[in-house]
Design a protein around this ligand. Structure first.
Ligand code: 5MM
Length: 342
C-alpha cells in the first residue's frame, strides 16, 4: 500500500471549494427517482441522465469526485467516450460503490447488514484498472425502539473496516459511510447518542483491521432529529451538535469529512454544511458528498426530456456552486435568492 498516494487522493476529494457527487444510485433507487419525473428506468435513460451531469461544464469545477454505480463505470456516452473519461477530463476523480446493498441481519430485530465482502478482493483490481481511485460502502443504521442493537452496530462497523482494509490494499481510497437514518421520530439528543456510538465503534474496528486513517474519507450523517419528530433543531444547533460530536470521535489523521444529505432538502443540506464550516478552524476539512441534495433540482428540470438538458445542467451547477461556497463557509441565504433571480 502506498499511503502517500492514498492520502493525496483523499485530500483532493475533500479539498475546500469542491465536493463529491454521489451518483451511485442502484437501479432500483434511480428507478424511484425517475418515477418522480415520469421517466422510464431504462439503461439508455440512466446513461443519458448521468452523462448530462458529467458534461455540465459550469458544475464540474466544484466536483472533486463522483461515486458511480457499477453499471456507469463501464458505460460510454453518446459519442462513444467512456463516462469515466468524461469525468477525468473534467478534473473529477471517478469512484465506485462496491457494497451490494443491505439485508436483514439474522436475529437483528430490524437491523440491516450491508453485503458485498465476498469476492471484493477480486473485484477491486478490475475497478482500479477501469479508473476508479476511490470506493464507497454504506452501513445503514436505523433508529427505532430497541434499535440499533449492539450486534447490528458491531456487524456493520466490522464490515466497514474489512471493506476499508481491502480497498487500501488495492490502492483505492475507501469512503467510510456509516449512515444513521433520519427517517424516524427520534429527537436530536437520540441522533447524537446513536451517531456517537456508531462512530466510536467504526473507528475502533478500523483500528483493529489496520486501516490507515490518513487514507480514508469519512462520510457521516449530520446530527439531526428524525423527520417524524415534532421538534426540529435550528441550523445553528445541528451544526454545533455535529461538530461537537465529530471532534470527540474523529481523529485528526483523517484527511477529510464529506457529509451525506440523508433526505434533507437541498438548501437545508447546504445551510448545515456552511454553518459547520463557520465554526472552524477544525481538524479536518468538511465538504459534501450529496446524492439527493445535489440531484433533486436537476432531475426536476430534466424530466427525461433532451430539450431540458441545458436547464438541468444549470440547476446542477447552481447547487454544486452553493455547496462549494458552503464548504468554505462562504454561503448565505441571500446568495441563494440572488442566484434564483438571475
Ligand atoms: C446516491 O444514493 C446512494 C444510495 O444508493 P442505493 O440506496 O441505491 O444503494 C447513497 O448511498 C448515497 O451515496 C448517500 O446516502 C448520500 O446520498 P444522499 O442522498 O443521502 O445525500
Amino acid at each position: 500500500m502506498q499511503l502517500d498516494a492514498l492520502n493525496a487522493i483523499a485530500t483532493a476529494m475533500t479539498a475546500p471549494g469542491r465536493g463529491i457527487l454521489a451518483a451511485d444510485e442502484s437501479t432500483s433507487t434511480i428507478g424511484r427517482r425517475f418515477d418522480a419525473i415520469a421517466t422510464e428506468n431504462t439503461e439508455a435513460n440512466r446513461r443519458s441522465y448521468r452523462e448530462l451531469l458529467f458534461k455540465a461544464k459550469a458544475a464540474m469545477p466544484y466536483i472533486s469526485g463522483v461515486i458511480l454505480y457499477d453499471e456507469t463505470l463501464w458505460q460510454a456516452g453518446e459519442d462513444g467516450t467512456p463516462l469515466v473519461k468524461l469525468l477525468e477530463a473534467a478534473g473529477a476523480i471517478p469512484g465506485i460503490k462496491v457494497d451490494e446493498g443491505a439485508e436483514a441481519l439474522p436475529n437483528g430485530r430490524g437491523d440491516l447488514i450491508t453485503k458485498g465482502l465476498d469476492g471484493l478482493a477480486q473485484r477491486l483490481p478490475k475497478y482500479y484498472a477501469q479508473g476508479a481511485r476511490f470506493a464507497k460502502w454504506r452501513a445503514i443504521i436505523d433508529i427505532a425502539p430497541g434499535q440499533p442493537s449492539y450486534a447490528g452496530l458491531l456487524a456493520n462497523a466490522h464490515a466497514l473496516a474489512r471493506y476499508a482494509a481491502l480497498c487500501q490494499h488495492a490502492q483505492i481510497v475507501p469512503i467510510v459511510e456509516p449512515e444513521v437514518l433520519m427517517d424516524g421520530a427520534h429527537d436530536i439528543d437520540t441522533a447524537f447518542a446513536v451517531t456517537e456510538w456508531v462512530l466510536k465503534e467504526v473507528f475502533q474496528q478500523l483500528y483493529y483491521q489496520g486501516v490507515a486513517l490518513e487514507g480514508i474519507v469519512l462520510k457521516p450523517s449530520m446530527v439531526i432529529a428524525g423527520m417524524k419528530c415534532a421538534s426540529q433543531a435550528s441550523v445553528a444547533e445541528v451544526a454545533e451538535r455535529t461538530v461537537k460530536l465529530l471532534k470527540a470521535c474523529v481523529p485528526a489523521a483523517v484527511p477529510g469529512i464529506a457529509f451525506l444529505s440523508g433526505g434533507q432538502s437541498d438548501v437545508q443540506a447546504t445551510a448545515h454544511l456552511d454553518a459547520m464550516v463557520k465554526l472552524g478552524p477544525l481538524p479536518w476539512p468538511l465538504t459534501f458528498s450529496y446524492g439527493r441534495a445535489l440531484q433533486a433540482a436537476p432531475q426536476r428540470a430534466w424530466g427525461g426530456k433532451p430539450e431540458n438538458i441545458a436547464a438541468a445542467q444549470a440547476a446542477f451547477a447552481h447547487r454544486a456552486r452553493m455547496n462549494a461556497l458552503a464548504s468554505q463557509g462562504q454561503w448565505s441565504a441571500e446568495l441563494e435568492q440572488e442566484a434564483a433571480r438571475n
